[in-house]
Write a protein that binds this ligand. Sequence first.
Ligand code: SF4
Ligand code: SF4
Length: 464
Amino acid sequence: MSDKGFLYTLSGRRPDSVGIAESSLDAIGAVPRPVVLGQDGVFRPYVISWNITKRCNLACSHCYIDAVRRKIGEGELSTEQCLRIADSIAEANPGCLVILTGGEPFMREDIFEVAARCASRGLFTVMGTNGVMLSPERVARARDAGVRGFGISLDSTAPGPHDEFRGVPGAWQRSIDGIAEIKRAGMDFLVQTSLMSFNFDRLEQVAEMVIDLGSPILNVYYLVCTGRGQGLSPLEPEEYEQSLHALVRLQEQFRGRLMINAKCAPHYKRIVHQNDPTSTFLKTYDGGCPAATHYARITPEGKLTPCPYMPTEAGDLTEAGFAEIWRDSAVLNEMRGHKLGGKCGNCEYTKVCGGCRARALALKGDYMDEDPWCGYEPKGTEVIELPQTEAYGKEQPTELSWTPEARARLERVPRFARGMVTRRVEAYCKARGIAVVTAELMQSLRDKVAAGTFTFLGKRPPPS
Ligand code: SF4
Ligand code: SF4
């Protein structure tokens, strides 16, 4: 999964250059009210990954939707259907973060229209792209449509391995050129790397490259064996475990310079907890994987599934509204808190980690079964629960006085993180006797975050 990382990039480094949400809501007359999906403790969709096309300009070996180089997207949603779905997501949760991805999203000529509709409805809209098609014109059109930033795929520090993995010579350089265009336009981006045997022991070098490129975030994706990736040989369970330990070490090593996130590796939280039960990296959404609780995917045909690696359909968005499917789907409801099978069901980390449901489905045939890629042997001790005071998604009314500018700025934080940011900003002010939160104060905190001398995620001291 994607995507908490966008919070730091997009609300953090250059918030004013990308802010659009509240002005676009003004433009349509009123701030839409969310469909009430429940009070605290009930599941809300915070991040939606939208595979808006199967078409792609590359031929990546791991592609989970078997994207193809086609001019016409057979079976894909029409523009009108896309616009209706954007409205439907916004009715369920107007602050939702929507990742428009593919295939390659720029293969759809109406992508800017769809992005603009998402943004105009208050959705925090970003694009996941291989970066190859990022011309100055496309970047400008995306920015003008209200896109907040980009996730760019890069798998190696030199062209060879990346181009071979992505199936097209020259792809690496064109992605690097695309990043240059994003920077020229003053927009934000993060880098996403798929972890494979060829880059498994090169993560430190990849991290250095990402810093040089100017991204504050590196998202490391762990392959799930679906789509074209089914034929690949992913890391063995022991290597998988080792790589997650290495990632924890790298996070410390790069602290203050680069945020490194493990994606689609719920075991990561278990490993972090084993190392340090009070770690700030545990203060995210509940559980190890947000699929079905805070996250879902839309297929190019408009089906809602729990995540991009799971083809299991929760419902059809061309026939029913997003809120209705999200609330009533048997698949999503089964994944929400039901007891897991095998050792995941008997593990003390079942609530912290819970394993990858897509991996269970791909390798065991049942998404509720144990994750066969875990080398951990449960100890049979009490189930571990993390304190949720700082977790994503918890709403928090403001207690101090906020200037209108500061409040507008807070509104630009994706909804799932707004409560956490409110708590941390107010805690900072209260500790210093500051009675009024201003936009300038928020900016100074963001600068401190960028410099690694302050974190919204807790008590971490500044790096030495
Ligand atoms: S089920 Fe697995 S692949 Fe899907 S979002 Fe969760 S961890 Fe990622
Ligand atoms: S057994 Fe399951 S819940 Fe326990 S650590 Fe492994 S994947 Fe996570």
